[in-house]
Design a protein around this ligand. Structure first.
Ligand code: GDD
Length: 414
């Protein structure tokens, strides 16, 4: 029997996800027509013998109440609970704090997943690998472009045994292009190692406080899975890796939701999912992977896709073109308008003959450089923004409730 923990963090950490996180906590933001965390649950529901999922974070309880009710219907084989940390305890602190809840029912292994990653989640493959080497932890890893590697936890493995020889969290210099994906499988015996890590940290903190030079040193009450646990685990040869060649994306900024949306839609297309829109005689032209909520009204002369998600009650007019975008609930788009590489926030109104456009970017880099200056690539309209007829909004972030009467480009509109 297995369990899973999904680390969702809390409200203060989603600043880079603004303006979208002003209206919905990041774990519940919809990509490919479902809240981010639902994609984790969908993957977990395919693991035989996995019965319980604990969502751990420091959001208020009420935030997840309705969602859990809904998810419990969608994934009836999973018992889903939200456990609230009284403060941010760190990526391993919450796991340790709720250890009694985790070991209840006597599971042998448990998954830990970061909520802010999008991935094919090869959980069954990780389990199979774990049962072979019998280390205490199997972490999921992927290969990434060399220049981006130091933004993540980096590891060096023994290619024969997949044992992790060296692990460094966000190293200053290049050590490897293999990075941690934020998905782990642990044996329950790891709690002894976490206890040791806590004792070590206490000792170190005590030493630092005694040291008169380090006046700023104090225990922050947090325990980091990456810094305090994975390192000692790799040093004691108990850490293994499973390298995936499926897609993997981190979702930190609002703009990165667009590439996660595309990846999940394409995954669903490759699985021939019935959720996706198809070309029908009395429907709009659909190109590639597209999700349209059943309550949305899309004119038959519109052209939608690839990589588009259209939310509940959206109304799309004649001759509209939408590509590589997320259109959130209750948006209306007037005739002959064009939306490309953008997120259109809840209840927004786009006039006729308007253009809202972002620019495609390379993976893992949604900021572009233009003449040596960083510019926003994806255009994001917050909640209840209105864009008047015939205006062009290009590479902008627009805060909620703005009315845009003229054209703008490369700006943050407050
Ligand atoms: N419950 C809880 N409590 N969750 C937390 C806390 C906490 O105190 N702190 C962070 N999280 C959650 C976040 O919501 C996120 O899902 C995940 O833990 C990791 O967040 P960060 O601590 O911001 O780390 P990171 O994303 O910069 O880097 C981590 O993930 C990378 C992969 O995306 C590291 O594990 C890297 O090594 C890894 O490559």
């Amino acid at each position: 029997q297995y369990k899973a923990i999904i680390l969702v963090g809390g409200p203060s950490r989603a600043t880079r996800f603004r303006p979208l996180s002003l209206n919905v906590p990041k774990p519940l933001f919809p990509v490919a027509g479902a809240p981010l965390v639902s994609h984790h649950l969908a993957a977990l529901s395919k693991v035989k013998g996995l019965t319980e999922v604990l969502i751990v974070g420091f959001f208020e309880d009420a935030i997840f109440e309705q969602y859990i009710e809904h998810a419990s219907n969608e994934f009836p084989n999973l018992n889903i609970k939200y456990l609230r940390e009284y403060q941010a305890l760190g990526t391993a602190g919450g796991i340790y704090h709720f250890r009694d809840e985790i070991i209840r029912g006597n599971p042998q292994q448990f998954f830990v997943m970061h909520v802010d990653v999008a991935c094919t989640f090869p959980l069954n493959e990780m389990l199979a690998a774990h049962m072979k080497h019998r280390g205490l932890c199997t972490m999921l890893s992927t290969k990434i472009v060399r220049e981006q590697a130091n933004k993540y936890g980096c590891l060096v493995q023994d290619p024969e045994t997949n044992q992790v020889l060296h692990y460094v969290e966000k190293p200053e210099t290049f050590i490897s292009d293999l990075i941690s994906c934020g998905v782990y499988l642990f044996d329950v015996a790891v709690f002894t190692e976490i206890k040791n890590a806590i004792d070590n940290k206490k000792e170190q903190d005590a030493l630092m406080i005694q040291d008169s030079f380090s006046t700023f040193a104090s225990a922050d009450g947090k325990l980091s899975l990456e810094r305090d646990l994975l390192r000692p685990l790799s040093q004691s040869k108990k850490l293994y890796v499973y390298v995936t060649d499926g897609f993997w994306k981190q979702i930190k900024t609002a703009g990165s939701a667009i590439s996660a949306n595309a990846a999940y839609l394409q995954l669903q297309q490759s699985e021939k999912s019935s959720r996706l829109a198809t070309n029908k005689l009395d429907g709009p032209e659909i190109i590639g992977a597209v999700y349209i909520h059943p309550s949305a009204q899309v004119d038959t002369t519109a052209k939608i896709g690839p990589n588009v998600s259209i939310g509940p009650r959206v109304v799309i007019g004649k001759g509209v073109r939408v590509k590589d975008s997320i259109i959130l609930d209750n948006v209306t788009i007037g005739h002959a308008s064009c939306i490309i590489h953008s997120v259109i926030g809840w209840n927004s109104k786009i006039g006729a003959w308007a253009r809202v456009e972002g620019t495609a970017v390379n993976d893992h880099n949604e900021e572009m450089m233009k003449n040596g200056v960083k510019v926003q690539s994806i255009t994001i309209l917050g909640k209840e923004v209105s864009v008047l007829d015939e205006t062009i909004i290009r590479n902008c972030i627009v805060l909620p409730h703005k009315e845009l009467k003229s054209s703008y480009h490369s700006q943050i509109l407050m």
